[in-house]
Write a protein that binds this ligand. Structure first.
Ligand code: ADP
Length: 631
């Protein structure tokens, strides 16, 4: 039998076009051909289990072998094979129809990338790396004759009798000059490890040592030396394909270590398993995060029926979940994914929503099961939960019930419980609950001590994301505000009816204010004389909450349109404690320079306690202190 023909494509040279636009991704040809071999194998298994194939199945492996001398790469399977008729139908018509359509659309498309994603590359992606592609195949059907198909990437093909004696298919690629990397063992191994690691049929990888047929079988057909097997590249039943009930914690941890060899144990994991309205399986792990923004780069891998697709899952997994590790597998995501395709695909959107929900449910479950254990893990997962709450309303709605608030005493509360905790003491005169927080426990120690003396509790919000988190909380939670512990004197942090009374008359207060204004001599410092407790510091320097937030936003590059502020001056408030003995001493002094020195000293002490006294101000302060000590 011999038949020559023309693949029914109107456009002559489709391959140059395809090659050009798929340039960076040439390696995927191997994924496509091995997947086809796996499909052919599984189809045969199915036929066998349905009783439609009664022969022996034998050892159903896929083999990938290269021959450096002959410059061939062969992908073989023991699957269902093809008859000559089937080659004509599936390879000539179907496989190439994708290409035809591609070229038709390509003519008037603006964005080539967008197009590529819509067409499966399939079989003909082999022509990206081969001058000539040959198929040797024998169908499982009774009485089938072996068939051979050969094509050089033009639209002409040839079908003749084949030489294959066992059921299945060989795809033989005559690797072209530019693609010799695909005859390199290490390179091939790398590609197989990347795409084929979890394929459901065993894949052997080896070297074919003989390029010439080394014998003949009974019918006089050429026989090749079998593949010299080096290794099996895959695990055929990775854990995400199993039922959660059949798996132990050790299995999940072992799989994690297999994926990320040098990582610490994960904190916990979620086994995804859904088949309606879309199909999705997978395991997502919560890693121990070491540094803050480690989740820039995704560690999640996307598979489709155990074939690796990509680790660029940006459009499938919501951004805040990008720090999770693991695998998701969905046949509903097309093999050849392009960015714009994913963004528009409704299945992809549903998957993203589903994953968000599963993650929130898992966290809620862990919290419900053991509050203490959950709190213990909080330092590792808090950042990501907060990020999720800020960026995703649905996640917020679930997370608000388990999100933890850590106090400077190391206690953890949910918001509702925390509100109960501070209710008695931290309600202001208009009925708002005021939560007080520190961003730097060491630096703000003096303020924290003062707040605690007033019986207030202080939360710890030490991450840059907390500035956003706080704003979000205030916008969502009614009658609830947050104030940084150093934004006011302890007395004023929470405005209540019965504040302390001043020991000074109005005239004295004004005089004291003027002494300080003169001593400080800086128009960006607002001096206020306030009645505070006697044992508080004589002077406290605070940065009002409003200004600080503007600065924080500016520092993070946010604050939309706030750039007019330029380099915003530090609008600090200098609170002078009217009831402190030092103030009495200033009033009593009759020498102007003594008054000024005392005021300066008190102001510098306040700056010093906050690590804000530097340079010549610090030197002058030390000099003045020494002088005063001598006097
Ligand atoms: P797809 O796999 O998306 O259908 P391909 O272009 O990869 O598209 O393959 C076209 C068809 O050729 C397949 O659907 C299958 O029927 C047939 N085919 C390809 N490779 C093999 C193989 N190794 N064994 C049997 N049939 C194959």
């Amino acid at each position: 039998m011999q038949e020559k023909g023309n693949i029914s494509i109107h456009t002559e040279n489709i391959f140059p076009i395809i090659k050009k636009f798929l340039y960076s991704d040439h390696e995927i040809f191997l994924r496509e051909l091995v997947s086809n071999a796996v499909d052919a194998t599984q189809k045969l298994k199915r036929l066998s289990s349905l009783g439609q194939y009664q022969g022996e199945l034998g050892k159903l492996q896929v083999e990938v072998a290269f021959d450096e001398k002959a410059k061939t790469l062969t992908i073989s399977d023991h699957g269902l094979g093809m008859t000559a008729e089937e080659i004509k139908k599936y390879i000539n018509q179907i496989a190439f129809s994708g290409a035809t359509e591609f070229v038709e659309k390509f003519k008037d498309a603006k964005d080539a990338n967008e197009l590529i994603g819509k067409f499966g590359l399939g079989f003909y992606s082999a022509f990206m790396v081969a001058d000539q592609v040959e198929i040797q195949t024998l169908s499982y059907q009774e009485g089938a004759q072996p068939a051979r198909w050969i094509c050089d990437g033009s639209t002409e093909f040839e079908i003749t009798d084949g030489s294959r004696t066992e059921r299945g298919t060989d795809i033989i690629l005559h690797i072209n000059k530019d693609s010799e990397e695909f005859l390199d063992k290490a390179r091939l191994q790398e590609i197989l490890d990347k795409y084929c690691r979890f394929l459901p049929v065993e894949v052997k990888f080896g070297t074919k040592t003989e390029s010439e047929p080394d014998g003949e079988d009974e019918e006089g057909k050429a026989k090749y030396t079998s593949v010299e097997v080096d290794n099996i590249v895959n695990t055929t039943d990775p854990i995400w394909t199993k039922a959660p009930a059949d798996l132990k914690d050790e299995d999940y941890i072992a799989f994690y270590k297999e994926l990320y060899p040098f990582s610490e144990d994960p904190l916990f994991w979620i086994h995804l398993n859904v088949d309606y309205p879309f199909n999705l399986t997978g395991v997502l792990y919560f890693p121990k995060i070491k540094n803050d923004f480690e989740f820039q780069r995704s560690k999640i891998q996307l598979y489709s029926r155990q074939v690796f697709i990509t680790d660029e899952v940006k459009d499938i997994v919501p951004e805040f979940l990008m720090l999770l590790h693991g695998i998701i597998d969905s046949p509903d995501i097309p093999l050849n994914v392009s960015r714009s395709f994913l963004q528009a695909d409704s299945n992809v959107k549903k998957i993203s929503t589903y994953i968000t929900k599963k993650v929130a449910d898992k966290l809620a479950e862990l919290y419900a099961k053991d509050e203490k254990a959950f709190a213990d893990k909080w330092d590792d997962i808090g950042l990501f939960v907060k990020y999720g709450m800020i960026s995703n309303d649905k996640f917020y709605d679930k997370a608000k019930d388990f999100c933890q608030y850590k106090t400077t005493d190391g206690l953890y509360f949910t918001l509702e419980k925390y509100k109960e905790h501070i209710k008695a003491n931290q309600e202001d005169k208009s009925g708002n609950l005021v939560a007080i927080y520190a961003t730097d426990v060491a630096k703000q120690d003096a303020f924290i001590q003062s707040a605690k003396k007033k019986g207030y509790d202080v939360l710890e919000f030490s991450h840059p994301i907390d500035a956003h988190f706080i704003q979000m909380l205030e916008s969502k939670v009614e009658k609830f505000t947050l104030k940084r512990v150093d934004s006011e004197t302890a007395e004023k942090l929470i405005e209540k009816e019965n504040t302390l009374t001043s020991k000074l008359s109005a005239d004295e207060e004004k005089a004291v204010q003027e002494v300080f204004e003169k001593a400080i001599n800086n128009k960006d410092r607002k001096v206020a004389v306030e009645p505070l407790a006697e044992d508080e510091l004589p002077v406290t320097v605070t940065l009002p909450e409003f200004f600080r937030r503007m600065k924080d936003m500016q520092a993070m590059g946010g604050g939309g349109g706030m750039s007019f502020m330029g380099n915003m001056p530090e609008m600090l408030t200098v609170a002078v404690n009217a009831n402190h003995p030092l103030v009495q001493k200033i009033i009593a002094a009759d020498d102007e320079s003594v008054k000024t020195d005392l005021a300066k000293q008190a102001y510098d002490l306040a700056l010093l306690s906050q690590g804000m006294l530097t340079g010549s101000d610090l030197t002058n302060f030390i000099k003045r202190s020494v002088d005063m000590t001598v006097k």
